[in-house]
Write a protein that binds this ligand. Structure first.
Ligand SMILES: [Cu+2]
Length: 407
């Protein structure tokens, strides 16, 4: 096992090497693409979006009384500011910001249909595992890619090595609820936490007026899950809900440089957006002190669902677990499923195939768009009906549950 001091030394050597390598070039080793105009958007504007994620490691806090900390791999959003990307100082700044900053879930990506997104990924390395030199990728699961190279599947695409970057290009063509993850050594990197919420909002949201081609009775500002033409997927508030779980033995083995127990993978922390109940209803950002002593935002996405009476709530539920099917149910509010796997539920003749249920079951890689219309004000629960998953490891009462508060 490496001591913290050894790891810290390795980290410093790695950072110095990076800065030396960077300084010897004319500009940064990290290349960011963010064009002002494109063929599809010749006059620029808000249809061109840019972002920069880092991939590396970090720590998260579980919801049991012991506040068990788990080692994770994941992505983080680079903050704004910092030096210009094409200057010698940029790579060092990215490393400084990105090291041990991994979030569970990975930063939520939401774009509008017809957007072009230029998303740079920089691999900042795993600070607590300097013996690893794993590459990472971004794989938008279930999404039609502009080209195979942007798909992030290592066999048919390229992967990003430590201290290197790639700008992925996405043309957001189909509205829906997707998800993204790293596809390198997927069972390991996904168990370790490289999982994010991703959705594309439909063109219909931008309808200026009611009537053809917009839905009848559309009002400016109305929001929909899909281009439905009939307002049936309209919602007032939306929440991405990533269902998932962690196996603490696997994460501890990774942290302690032990053989990884793939065959014995058994998840014991059951999570919504990276947190177990009651942390799911804490509306703030959850932070964890990293092993080098810095307090880092670790689980920024809460799952407290709030709405006013009469409002329609859209849940964008996705499962990226490598071990489990999960069932999520509500008490007292019918769940209307309007979309599955990023597709509106509609037959070839245009009939809506929506259905009302009190639970949805999703396997890894599946998503569901669910609309809730709470009948009256009050507090309801969204929870797994696999009752053994209502636990934070050995502690009963917790796990995969959150509250729906209707005022
Ligand atoms: Cu990875």
């Amino acid at each position: 096992m490496f001591s913290y001091t050894t790891r810290r030394l390795a980290l410093i050597v790695f950072s110095v090497l990076l800065v030396v390598l960077t300084a010897s070039a004319q500009d940064s080793s990290i290349y960011v693409q963010c064009p002002a105009t494109t063929d599809l958007h010749p006059s620029g504007g808000s249809g061109i979006k840019c972002g920069h994620l880092v991939a590396g490691d970090g720590m998260v806090t579980m919801a049991d009384d012991a506040q068990k900390e788990l080692y994770i791999f994941s992505f983080a959003q680079l903050p704004g500011g910092g030096p210009a990307w094409n200057t010698a100082l940029y790579a060092g700044w990215v490393m400084e910001q990105g090291m041990l900053a991994a979030n569970a879930p990975a930063p939520t990506i939401s774009v509008d249909e017809d957007d072009e997104l230029f998303l740079t990924l920089t691999n900042v390395g795993m600070a607590m595992r300097p013996d690893l030199f794993d590459p990472h990728t971004i794989h938008w699961h279930g999404f039609p890619q502009a080209a195979a190279i942007f798909d992030g599947v290592p066999d048919s695409s390229i992967s990003i090595n430590m201290a290197a970057s790639l700008t992925y290009y996405y043309n957001a063509k189909d509205a829906g609820t997707y998800m993204y993850h790293c596809h390198v050594e997927a069972a390991e990197h996904m168990q370790m936490g490289m999982l994010g919420n991703l959705y594309v909002r439909p063109r219909q949201n931008r309808c200026p007026t009611a009537g053809n081609p917009c839905p009848p009775e559309h009002a400016a500002g109305d929001q929909y899950a899909y281009n439905d033409g009939d307002r049936s997927t309209r919602y007032d508030v939306e929440y991405p809900i990533q269902i998932g779980s962690f196996d603490p033995n696997f994460h501890d083995a990774s942290f302690n440089v032990q053989p990884l127990p793939f065959a014995g993978m058994r998840d014991r922390y059951f999570l919504l957006n990276g947190r177990g109940y009651p942390d799911t209803v804490y509306p703030g950002v959850l932070s964890t002190t990293d092993p080098l002593g810095t307090v880092q935002p670790s689980q920024p996405v809460h799952s407290l669902i709030t709405a006013s009476e009469g409002q329609r709530i859209l849940l964008r539920i996705s499962n990226l677990s490598v071990t489990e099917f999960f069932t999520l149910g509500t008490n007292g509010i019918p769940m209307e499923v309007v979309g599955l796997d990023a597709r509106l539920l509609r037959d070839g003749d245009g009939n809506n195939l929506y259905y009302k249920t009190n639970s949805v079951t999703l396997g890894g890689g599946q998503s569901a768009d669910v609309i809730l219309v709470p009948p009256t004000a009050g507090t309801y629960f969204l929870y797994t009906t696999n009752l053994h998953q209502l636990a934070n490891d050995a502690e009963n009462f917790g796990g995969m549950m959150t509250e729906i508060q209707v005022n």
